[in-house]
Design a protein around this ligand. Structure first.
Ligand SMILES: [Zn+2]
Length: 85
């Protein structure tokens, strides 16, 4: 079982509220003061503060090293996410 707070870049997470497209799995594309999420249902990108994210997060669905994550057409592998030095 994955701890709710144990999220990392490129993990797929479930939020308390699903997206307008009815999907409820989001990839974490950026982890900083702000969190950038990408909807795995439609590819929509959303930005929110880390405080907002912590409140809205329901659980971590798929860790980034789990190959199931890569089955989504919208998923970006961690190696392809630009990371600041
Ligand atoms: Zn969506």
């Amino acid at each position: 079982m994955i701890n709710k707070a144990d999220y990392a870049l490129a993990d797929t997470v479930m939020m308390k509220k699903r997206h307008a497209c009815q999907a409820n799995d989001w990839e974490i594309l950026r982890l900083g003061a702000d969190i950038r999420l990408k909807c795995m249902g439609c590819g929509h990108i959303m930005l929110m503060s880390r405080a907002d994210f912590n409140q809205r997060l329901k659980k971590v669905l798929i860790k980034q090293d789990d190959l199931t994550a890569r089955r989504s057409q919208h998923y970006v592998p961690v190696s392809e996410i630009a990371q600041p030095n």
